[in-house]
Design a protein around this ligand. Structure first.
Ligand code: ATR
Length: 275
């Protein structure tokens, strides 16, 4: 599809942005559906001016990534209820000049988990209390799971547990993981280049557990490898990335996303990152 005055523009804003896989994933989706859309990355320092630009240029929607997910909120017209609770926006869409902040990170995590397991009444351990953990914990709450947060910094765990009305434990207690149904690593432990680190030693895992790692780089982290060897059900981090992008694609284009095409593009990008 050639670019013209009719082309609708979407983007991702963050800093740094050069490793973002979102342009490839979204553009692959537009191409598959022959939509007259284009998706471009912007390295943004001043988020206020970037949001003014989105208004001024009539950009249809933007993904928002580190470090702007919280600071962007003050410049938007409406923040939806879930994004308000999570306290972060990863998606802004332009509804006829009204900029609406939303969060598809939690949708991504929940959809990735639900491919492998139901969530209602399940005992879930979430490791971490940062932005990603927050989105996941609120998503789990919505689905009726009983969540316990394990975090190195216990004050951060306590705060998130209070906000989301769930339980918390110190990270040392992760040894008790066998008493749970599902465990989610929502920390950056195991991410390239620290591929030999895992937040849970393999000896503590058990076959009945569903194990999700939000780390997608490498695709198979040490935690996922240990879980595979133990016989656990696995949820790869790249699935969360995929489904949060699918959520954005559908908000921006109002079309059902071509998930398989977008997944293929994401996996190709991941392969390139390893080279
Ligand atoms: P994000 O927004 O991507 O979740 P973040 O807000 O920096 O990133 O959160 C990172 C999370 O990973 C935190 O829960 C952090 O634990 P602390 O609150 O104790 O800092 C956790 N984390 C990072 N490196 C860790 C490590 N080596 N061991 C244990 N937890 C770690």
């Amino acid at each position: 599809m050639s670019i013209s005055a009719k082309t609708k523009i979407c983007c991702v804003i963050g800093n740094p942005i050069k490793h973002s896989m979102s342009p490839s994933i979204h553009n692959a989706g537009y191409k598959a559906l022959e939509l007259n859309f284009v998706y471009v990355p912007f390295c943004v320092e001043n988020i206020k001016e970037a949001i003014l630009g989105i208004r001024g240029l009539g950009i249809v929607g933007t993904s928002v990534t580190v470090p702007h997910k919280t600071t962007v909120m003050q410049y938007l017209d409406i923040i939806d209820e879930t994004a308000k609770k999570i306290g972060a926006v990863n998606t802004v869409y332009n509804d006829n000049g009204k900029l609406i902040g939303s969060n598809t990170d939690y949708i991504g995590a929940i959809r990735a988990l639900e491919e492998k397991t139901s969530l209602a009444n399940k005992k879930v351990a979430v490791i971490g209390a940062g932005g990603a953990a927050r989105a996941i914990v609120f998503g789990l709450k919505q689905k009726g799971a009983t969540t316990t947060i394990f975090n190195r910094n216990k004050d951060a765990a306590k705060k998130l547990a209070r906000d989301a009305e769930c339980l918390y434990e110190s990270l040392e207690q992760i040894k008790k993981i066998k008493t749970f149904d599902i465990v989610v690593n929502a920390t950056s432990v195991g991410m390239l280049p620290n591929v030999n680190d895992s937040i849970i030693a393999k000896e503590y895992l058990s076959k009945h557990l569903v194990v999700m790692d939000i780390v997608y780089n490498p695709k198979e982290t040490k935690l996922i490898k240990g879980a595979k060897e133990t016989g656990c059900e696995l949820v790869f981090g790249y699935k969360m990335l995929l489904y949060q992008a699918v959520g954005q694609f559908e908000l921006f284009t109002k079309h059902k996303a071509p998930v398989a095409t977008m997944e293929k593009s994401l996996l190709e990008q991941l392969e390139k990152n390893y080279e």
